[in-house]
Write a protein that binds this ligand. Structure first.
Ligand code: URA
Length: 190
């Protein structure tokens, strides 16, 4: 089976079987989008209103900003894979609860094991803290974290501020863009 076929099977199976309670309020699952053969996977927090309506991650305002940053480093969405730690929209975009993160976790791990990227980019503190519970996004953003994590083939992680947080905050936006521009160099060293 190709990676694309494996990923399609994973997403179909978990869309059917995921036990996350957010299924009861969300319109649909938002499994992920992009290239199953990507060297880089972006992990956000959870789908918002637009993502819940469309069924794809980062298609709203934050997604438009993400697309702009990708083009700054000569990448397109089709070059990368984009997903979230939680696959269903929390009501009113509240923070996901630990049990919702836990329920969606095996789905995310299977996606990462199949894609097997060189670099995993965390978009925001929720994604960072899912894998590095003690890290503070204000301290580690833009820094390559190298670690073996159970169940994850990748060893290189780049935490970034969340595009939605940086969207309307000029100084955070500039920091995020500068951090984002490190991605090609970080991919090259691996
Ligand atoms: N914010 C996220 O964290 N994920 C999305 O898919 C959209 C907005």
């Amino acid at each position: 089976m190709s990676k694309a076929e494996q990923l399609a099977e994973i997403n179909t199976r978990w869309t059917r079987n995921c036990t996350c309670a957010l299924r009861n309020t969300a319109t649909q699952a938002v499994p992920g989008d992009g290239n199953p053969n990507a060297d880089i996977v972006f992990i956000g927090e959870a789908p918002g209103k637009s993502e819940d309506a469309v069924g794809k991650p980062f298609v709203g305002a934050a997604g438009k900003f993400l697309n702009e940053m990708l083009s700054e480093v000569n990448m397109k969405r089709e070059d990368v894979y984009i997903t979230n730690i939680v696959k269903y929209r929390p009501p009113n975009n509240r923070d996901p609860l630990p049990e919702e993160v836990a329920a969606c976790s095996p789905w995310l791990l299977e996606q990462l094991q199949t894609i097997n990227p060189k670099l995993i980019v965390f978009l925001g503190r929720h994604a960072l803290n899912r894998f590095f519970p003690k890290a503070k996004i204000g301290e580690v953003h833009g820094e390559m974290l190298q670690q073996n994590i159970d169940g994850i083939p990748a060893k290189n992680f780049l935490p970034l501020y969340h595009p939605a947080a940086a969207l309307y905050n000029g100084s955070l936006r500039a920091v995020l863009l500068e951090d984002f521009k490190k991605i090609p160099r970080m991919l090259a060293v691996n």
